[in-house]
Design a protein around this ligand. Structure first.
Ligand code: ZN
Length: 699
């Protein structure tokens, strides 16, 4: 297309249309065809002319104009978006054998014998970014949403509009009135490096990895910030378009409509060709300008996909091959001990900073002293560091050949590094603890647990804020946070009026939370998320809300009931064992903790109450009344995903195997729990049997 360079003042409407087409075309050539034809300066000049024309002729304005990429954030930003078709998660395959097993399952599902032809697959790079969905009405981009939990995400339209790779207007009419495509937003390596260089010049803290930076950029409040971050996108799926015979056809359709589709997607025949692709990209991916963490393999034929269908929520016709964990060597410079909220002393390795899988790693966990001894790690050692996916980096081993005799054996300090109290190790435990309940490090850990995600979820109340408030004696117990004024936050380091107001507002909004969250936020020993849920359900059943009783009054009755509960009573609660019950009863028998709870209620903390008179039934679903424990790596679920699935089926997701466990779900690399289950005679399920149980079938 010839580029319009001369303005035609006689017909502004025609000129506007011409400029928009030229700018859209420039984006298309850049992002979809990878064949840029317009220099940045020329692009900017045309964009400026278009902006001026639209300002002079407001009647010509249009939301899908290239000038409309950055606007004010509307109130719908972060509103819930229900996905009409759920955004699926795929099962995983590690190693070639599991790819062959996947192919064998597909062939079996399609009824193919040894002499039948190979299955046709499409292999695509798995981009390490944030999954999103894009919706178009006619040719216009109208809504962008995050994946969220797969069924409900967040509206991030104004932020996604700023991503130039996302077409605001399609190049052709879509097959139906509306169209939805899915893809992955990411931050190119070059953009990530440039961003960190800029932050460094400004003396600001750097970002650790491109993936989280991209996710944070999509989920932040000012679209202008997103616009400045140079995010990009690859799209890989179109949903709800009938009449497409294959996945490769849908990729072609997306390209024709103007969506950026990764050029390395390849249609291959049979599993050997899949493995060849995987091998090729295990190395070649390192030269790409974006992070990848695997390969997605999909059956190409839509008819075959339909025959194969789904197991629970994962499609049988696709899998995600994960590249092996990346290992690098670096130097173990120092070992420092951190004190957690339970007093646990955890040694952490400080290493010479090094990039692994897109993240700059400075620290790695060493778990405990036994682990350090077993691996014979010494300060000054060259060590092998490993990072897989989102997992915390881990020191795998020392490189013995690299030792020169200057390395030193590390000893666990005999006292808490923060308060100086002698550390203790209980019989049978591997962890050393600071036994001082007034230890400042434990107090801060406890306060952070209270404000954190599993607790009251107060956005902005992270380590820097909590630590400063605690140091100034403004935050001695959890309830204090609800008594602080905006001015107090303004007085904190690096806190401007606006962020102080935001934090204040977040705190005010955090007074009302589900009962289980409040219980979890207290940080009672042995009480994790699941126990808090079980305890909350029991308390809600025990305390029927009265007519005319407000939430505050109901919450007080619940708190009284909890403080009066005996260990015997609690042991009878579904999901709570003897040790945990004694822990809870002991916790609330203490005057000090009772006062802590009382102060929270006085500060206006209330639990979300059921309707007056409502009786809460014991859970329903195929797993009602059953306790399941998950161990090892499952192909189709993350650990959290499996536990969520158990809870939504009405069951209880236990942490350890006991005589009360109904089933142990076993994945790859199961550990000691399997042995314990066999000893206690607890039935063991593989993943297939687990899925059948979730779907309502027998085990
Ligand atoms: Zn201490």
């Amino acid at each position: 297309m010839p580029l319009p360079t001369r303005p035609m003042p006689t017909d502004p409407a025609a000129r506007v249309a011409e400029l928009r087409a030229a700018l859209d075309d420039a984006n298309y050539r850049y992002y979809v065809l990878d064949d840029p034809t317009l220099e940045d300066a020329a692009y900017d000049r045309m964009l400026r002319e278009l902006t001026e024309l639209e300002a002079a002729h407001p009647e010509l304005a249009s939301p899908d104009s290239p000038t409309q990429r950055v606007g004010a954030a509307p109130s719908t930003l972060f509103a819930e978006v229900r996905h009409e078709f759920p955004m699926l998660s795929l099962g995983n395959a590690f190693g070639h054998d599991e790819l062959r097993e996947f192919d064998a399952r597909v062939r079996k599902g399609l009824g193919l014998g040894a002499d039948d032809p190979a299955v046709v697959y499409v292999c695509e790079l798995k981009i390490d970014g944030l999954a999103i969905s894009l919706r178009y009405d006619g040719r216009s981009f109208v809504r962008g949403a995050t994946r969220g939990d797969g069924s409900t995400g967040e509206d991030v339209t104004p932020n996604l509009r700023t991503v130039r790779a996302i077409p605001l207007r399609l190049r052709d009419d879509p097959p139906g009135e509306t169209l939805e495509v899915r893809g992955e937003v990411f931050m190119p390596r070059g953009a990530f490096v440039a961003l960190n260089e800029q932050l460094e010049r400004e003396g600001k803290p750097l970002y650790a990895n491109a993936r989280n930076t991209a996710a944070g950029t999509v989920r932040q409040k000012a679209p202008a910030v997103t616009a400045g971050r140079r995010l990009s996108v690859w799209t890989y799926q179109v949903v709800g378009v009938p009449g497409l015979a294959s996945h490769s056809e849908s990729l072609k359709l997306m390209r024709e409509l103007g969506f950026p589709v990764n050029p390395h997607a390849r249609r291959v025949e049979g599993v050997d060709a899949v493995i060849e692709y995987v091998e090729e990209w295990a190395e070649a991916r390192k030269d790409l300008d974006y992070e990848t963490d695997g390969i997605v393999i999909k059956v190409d034929s839509v008819e075959q996909e339909q025959t194969l269908g789904f197991v629970s929520r994962a499609p049988r016709w696709a899998t995600a091959y994960k590249f092996p964990a990346q290992q690098v060597t670096t130097k173990l410079e120092e070992i420092e001990v951190y004190v957690g909220r339970t007093g646990a002393l955890t040694p952490v390795a400080h290493v010479t900073p090094i990039v692994v899988g897109g993240t700059t790693v400075r620290n790695a966990t060493l778990h405990n002293i036994d682990e350090i001894r077993r691996k014979d790690l010494r300060v000054g050692d060259t060590v092998v560091l490993q990072r897989a996916g989102d997992v915390i980096p881990e020191v795998v081993s020392a490189v013995l050949d690299a030792r020169d005799g200057s390395e030193t054996v590390w000893e666990m300090p005999s006292a808490c590094p923060v308060c100086g109290t002698a550390a203790v190790r209980e019989e049978g435990e591997v962890v050393w603890r600071c036994p001082n309940p007034w230890c400042p490090a434990q107090r801060i850990g406890g306060l952070l647990h209270f404000t954190g995600r599993g607790g009251m979820d107060i956005e902005g109340a992270g380590y820097a804020v909590v630590n400063q408030l605690a140091e100034r004696e403004l935050l001695r117990e959890p309830a204090d946070i609800f008594r602080l004024e905006v001015e107090t936050f303004e007085g904190l380091d690096r806190y401007a009026r606006k962020s102080a107001e935001n934090l204040f507002a977040a705190i005010q909004g955090a007074r009302r939370r589900p009962l289980a969250r409040i219980l979890n936020s207290l940080g009672i020993r042995h009480v994790g998320e699941q126990t808090a849920i079980d305890l909350g359900n029991w308390l809600t059943r025990e305390t029927t809300r009265l007519d005319g009783e407000d939430e505050a009054a109901w919450t007080r009755r619940v708190a009284d009931r909890l403080c009066d509960a005996s260990a015997e009573e609690l042991t009878a609660v579904f999901g709570i064992g003897k040790v945990v019950a004694e822990g809870i009863a002991g916790y609330f028998a203490d005057e000090h903790t009772r006062a802590t709870l009382q102060h929270l209620l006085d500060a206006g903390v209330v639990a979300e109450a059921p309707e007056p008179g409502a009786t809460v039934e014991a859970s329903e679903g195929p797993l009602a009344g059953k306790t399941l424990v998950v161990t090892g790596t499952l192909a189709g679920f993350s650990r959290e995903g499996a536990e969520d699935a158990i809870r939504s089926a009405g069951g209880h997701a236990g942490g350890s195997v006991s005589a009360k466990t109904d089933y142990l779900v076993v994945g790859e690399k199961a550990g000691s729990k399997l042995g314990r289950a066999e000893k206690l005679g607890v039935p063991v399920l593989d993943e297939e049997a687990f899925r059948r149980l979730l779907d309502g079938g027998g085990a």
